[in-house]
Design a protein around this ligand. Structure first.
Ligand SMILES: N[C@@H](CCC[C@H](N)C(=O)O)C(=O)O
Length: 285
């Protein structure tokens, strides 16, 4: 299977063209590809397939490094836009892709960046999904003896957001997995630790469901800006500084879609596996 290694702000992907070649991605194959020591190494594996619904150009599928299939990946969406043009699958400047739960519009910009229409955020607990009796901009979450104030927001995938005084010192590796697997998020969640610098700028670190801490998470950046606007702390256009770089996020408010703009780059092309005999990717039993 031919693949392209790509990255969006250091959130890295192994991308397969499932239109021109048969691609079989069983969970154990995804885990082997994503392994940073025995495989290629990536946060997510992406698969581009033929669209199944009218009005979409492609089907865009996303698998976390742990092998689980999910419905949304913002940085991956920008990489998908670059991948389909580079592979000669389309020459369109505006591309529509279907995901597990919705549709995204990807727009190539004249400066080489890509803007993604990430859809309308889900605020109703049942849609996120999150266990709460009513919609609120802030919820209390009890974990390990602590009570945390969080926002819970769906961007096609579930997100928890916490304010921190300084992202550099945020307990991402300890609190991240506890919130990811908290029973109030029945499908687990991505956890964003956000520091508001001013009304147009936040710093953000993200513990991703199924991947651990990544250098950037586009959908969590969108959810963080939605949370900050609902708290009354942010304007409608916000620069989000992540460890891997900066995203521009825009949200006009309730009922409106979130727009995310940023780069996407090719790292290299490869073949997986080279051959059974050459394949050194498996952990020895
Ligand atoms: N890195 C992504 C999100 C990938 C999926 C996420 N880990 C989940 O499980 O929902 C992004 O840029 O949005």
């Amino acid at each position: 299977m031919h693949f392209t290694k790509m990255q969006g702000l250091g959130n890295d992907f192994v991308v397969f063209d499932g239109i021109r070649q048969p691609v079989d991605l069983q969970p154990e194959v995804i885990r082997a590809i994503a392994d940073r020591h025995f495989g290629v190494g990536c946060d997510q594996v992406l698969l581009v397939e033929t669209a199944t619904s009218p009005g979409s150009d492609f089907r865009y599928r996303i698998f976390n490094a742990d092998g689980g299939e999910v419905a949304q990946c913002g940085n991956g969406a920008r990489c998908c836009a670059v991948f389909v043009r580079r592979a000669g699958l389309t020459d369109k400047g505006v591309i529509t892709v279907e995901t597990l739960t919705g549709r995204l519009t990807l727009q190539h910009r004249s400066n080489g960046e890509i803007t993604v229409d990430m859809g309308i955020p889900q605020l109703a607990p049942a849609d996120i999904p999150f266990r709460a009796s009513e919609v609120s901009s802030e919820y209390l979450l009890s974990t390990g003896g602590d009570t945390l104030r969080i926002a819970a927001i769906g961007m096609g995938n579930p997100h928890a957001l916490l304010r921190v005084p300084n992202v550099a010192e945020a307990p991402v590796a300890t609190l991240g997995p506890r919130i990811e697997t908290h029973p109030d998020f029945p499908e687990r969640c991505n956890v964003g630790f956000l520091e508001v610098r001013d009304r147009g700028h936040i710093h953000l670190r993200v513990w991703e469901r199924g991947a651990g801490e990544t250098l950037a998470c586009g959908s969590n950046a969108c959810a963080a800006v939605v949370a900050g606007i609902r708290w009354g702390e942010l304007d409608h256009t916000v620069a989000v500084t992540l460890p891997g770089g900066i995203l521009q996020i825009e949200w006009a408010g309730l009922g409106q879609a979130v727009r995310m703009t940023g780069p996407a780059r090719v790292v290299f092309d490869g073949v997986w596996p080279l051959s059974e005999a050459d394949c050194t990717s498996r952990r020895e039993a």
